[in-house]
Design a protein around this ligand. Structure first.
Ligand SMILES: [Zn+2]
Length: 244
């Protein structure tokens, strides 16, 4: 048996070590860059009526039970929000998939990537304001999307009567209250409060009569006066997140 020791030879030569070092360094740098671009938390500045947003993110264009009000609006960058707002909205829709599986939802205008003035809105400036198009039912009581297109100003020129009817559509107050309830719960899980919801005061009694109505009435601050535009075809939600 040959008992001579095998001469020591380093596993990696100097150039191999250097190569490994560069690979590791480059991977770490790439991860850092990707995290910066895709994973950064947003920062909001100022207020919803005078503010801006850093690292704003776009809401997903659609999901199992929701869609955006306009693919054109997505393209021109009108659906950006704070990362926490996005997470709350997506979580709420996921909850509704289980709790209200036959209902469908639609969101409206949110804001620009870097916030600031968002015409024609008076707020929506720092990623914390979101408009949701009212969930509606057709004449057969089926949950459907309110049509939103260039001919009805992407839904914003639709006028519901005081009972919540518009042509063959009527506001689905049960789904509306369920959505607000889900948003409130999702916000709490993310340590965020809902600052206020603006919705036509004349339609609010119908909302409060629903299954989730009493909870919604007790836990959410609703607008009491008519605002600068009638909020009948959409409800405006402001989230409360500390801003710089
Ligand atoms: Zn709004």
């Amino acid at each position: 048996m040959d008992l001579r020791l095998v001469p020591y030879r380093p596993v990696h030569s100097l150039s191999e070590k250097r190569l490994i070092f560069y690979c590791l360094f480059f991977s770490a740098f790439l991860c850092f860059l990707l995290a910066d671009v895709y994973g950064a938390e947003s920062t909001c500045y100022g207020t919803t009526s005078k503010g801006s947003l850093e690292h704003g993110v776009q809401l997903p264009g659609e999901g199992e039970n929701f869609v955006a009000y306009s693919s054109f609006a997505i393209t021109i960058g009108r659906t950006y929000v704070h990362t926490k707002v996005r997470d709350i909205i997506v979580d709420a829709y996921e909850t509704l998939e289980k709790d209200m599986p036959v209902k469908v939802f639609k969101y409206g205008e949110t804001g620009l990537k870097e916030g600031r003035r968002f015409r024609p809105h008076k707020t929506h400036q720092n990623g914390l304001s979101v408009d949701f198009i009212v969930p509606v039912m057709d004449r057969n009581g089926r949950s459907v999307h309110l049509p939103t297109n260039v001919f009805n100003k992407f839904g914003y020129s639709v006028e519901f009567d005081e009972t919540g009817k518009y042509g063959d559509f009527r506001i689905d107050f049960e789904a509306l209250a369920g959505h607000i309830y889900a948003l409130h719960n999702a916000a709490q899980e993310h340590g965020v409060r809902i600052k206020r919801i603006i919705f036509d005061p004349k339609l609010q009694p119908s909302l409060f009569k629903t299954e989730y109505g009493p909870y919604v009435k007790d836990n959410i601050k609703f607008s009491r006066k008519r605002s600068w535009v009638r909020h009948d075809e959409h409800y405006h939600v402001d989230f409360e997140i500390p801003c710089k």
